[in-house]
Design a protein around this ligand. Structure first.
Ligand SMILES: Nc1nc2c(ncn2[C@@H]2O[C@H](COP(=O)(O)OP(=O)(O)OP(=O)(O)O)[C@@H](O)[C@H]2O)c(=O)[nH]1
Ligand SMILES: [Mg+2]
Length: 386
């Protein structure tokens, strides 16, 4: 699963991306630092059933376990900044937006301090209203999708109205599915919006690119601006502080896990004055008021609340919660809330779905049927005829 990191230039997209993934990305205090997209793995936290079941350990394959917490990977794509008119080629144009096609959700990074204007240039803190950026970005993305739908539009309209009346879904189907709409939803989309490119675009964006707003730079943001954004559903964040904490952790200077509300200093004598002051600043101005930097919280909000995903653990041996080879709780899968045991079987392997007989809820030692809706944290064995 992929999540796109978007917003106007210079708001902290690459800082947020780097903090989540620890992948290198160029960061600088001016617009258009990022040109080519950065890709890397971020993680969402899920309590590991091994701890809850009282097992001594697990043997994860796809998602590391740390102190009873599983870190389930999510691919992040950090793209170039968008400026007004980007869909029509302004700024760096709209080419890079194509990199966002496979994204299941977007994290819209906003400079909550109001210290960057529409073009991403630095202005005094509080002089730009970041709430305006939210409506604008939505319009910009809809316009980009509209442009894709409208390619060779005269030709499309001629084909649809040609003799023998070809159905609009036959002409527009590939275009819409290319934008992420499922083939089964194409007709419903056209029935709802007609062949109005703007309406179709808004529908596609709504259905395929839900947006989580991130009120970044909260460390220097006027509280009123942060409040205005949180009232719009934003998660406040300080990406720079998160990046500093993760780097300090990597250097062995502090104990800190993503999402923690505080850190511990490992060896005070290893810190110079500047580092100590910076860490104290982060503790008092970011962690204490917000109970964390908000970076991990924003990503998890997008995955669990916005996309409504749950995490389940398929196993082959329900007694030992393991694969056939004996690896305890090897994999964690993110699936939509409401997914059934059979949906999970298909997610693991098409054959497992095709030959599904029944499943076992391994925690409760209970047989469950194909239509049984799974819950967050379930451990499931699928029994198949092959
Ligand atoms: N105060 C503060 N500054 C931040 C924060 N996050 C990022 N910055 C700073 O904002 C500036 C821009 O950061 P980038 O991560 O390069 O921004 P970007 O959105 O990727 O910029 P482009 O690639 O040019 O679109 C840098 O000077 C960062 O150090 C934050 O949480 N607080
Ligand atoms: Mg960048």
């Amino acid at each position: 699963m992929q999540v796109g990191v978007v917003g106007k230039p210079n708001v902290g997209k690459s800082t947020f991306f780097s903090a989540c993934t620890m992948a290198p990305a160029e960061i600088a205090d001016y617009p258009f630092t990022t040109i080519k997209p950065n890709r890397g793995m971020g993680y969402v936290r899920v309590p590991c059933p091994h701890a809850l079941l009282g097992l001594p350990a697990c043997k994860p394959k796809n998602s590391p376990c740390l102190d009873g917490m599983r870190y389930v990977p999510i691919e992040l794509i950090d793209v170039a900044g968008l400026v007004p008119g980007a869909h029509a080629g302004k700024g760096l144009g709209n080419q890079f937006l194509d990199d966002l096609r496979p994204a299941s959700a977007l994290l819209h990074i906003v400079d909550a301090s109001g210290g960057t204007n529409e073009e991403g240039n630095n202005v005094p803190v509080g002089s730009h209203d970041p709430a305006q950026d939210v409506a604008w970005l939505h319009d910009e993305i809809v316009s980009w999708v509209e442009g894709i739908i409208k390619r060779d539009w005269e030709q499309v309209l001629r084909t649809i109205s040609a003799k023998g009346s070809i159905k609009p879904e036959a002409v527009l189907g590939e275009r819409l599915t290319g934008l992420g709409i499922k083939p089964t939803q194409v007709k419903a989309a056209i029935d709802k919006c007609g062949i109005d490119p703007r309406k179709l675009a808004a529908h596609v964006v709504h259905a395929t690119k839900p947006v989580q707003i991130v009120a970044n730079k909260m460390d220097k943001a006027p509280p009123a601006l942060v409040q205005k954004l949180t009232a719009m559903g934003a998660v406040p964040a300080a990406a720079e502080a998160e990046l500093a904490l993760r780097r300090a952790k990597e250097a062995g200077v502090i104990n800190y896990k993503p999402g923690d509300a505080d850190f511990g200093i490992v060896e005070p004598s290893k810190l110079n004055d500047r580092q100590r002051k910076a860490l104290e600043y982060i503790r008092h101005h970011v962690l204490e008021p917000q109970k964390g930097t908000g970076v991990q919280q924003a990503l998890e909000h997008a995955v669990f609340q916005l996309l409504g995903l749950i995490c389940v653990f398929p196993v082959e041996d329900e007694h030992h919660y393991s694969s056939k080879a004996g690896d305890v709780l090897p994999d964690a899968h993110l699936i939509p809330k409401g997914s059934t045991a059979k949906d999970l079987a298909y997610k693991v392997h098409t054959e497992l779905g095709d030959h599904f007989i029944r499943a076992v809820d391994a925690k409760r030692k209970r047989t469950i049927g194909a239509d049984h809706a799974l819950e967050h944290g379930d451990v499931v064995r699928v029994v198949s005829s092959k």
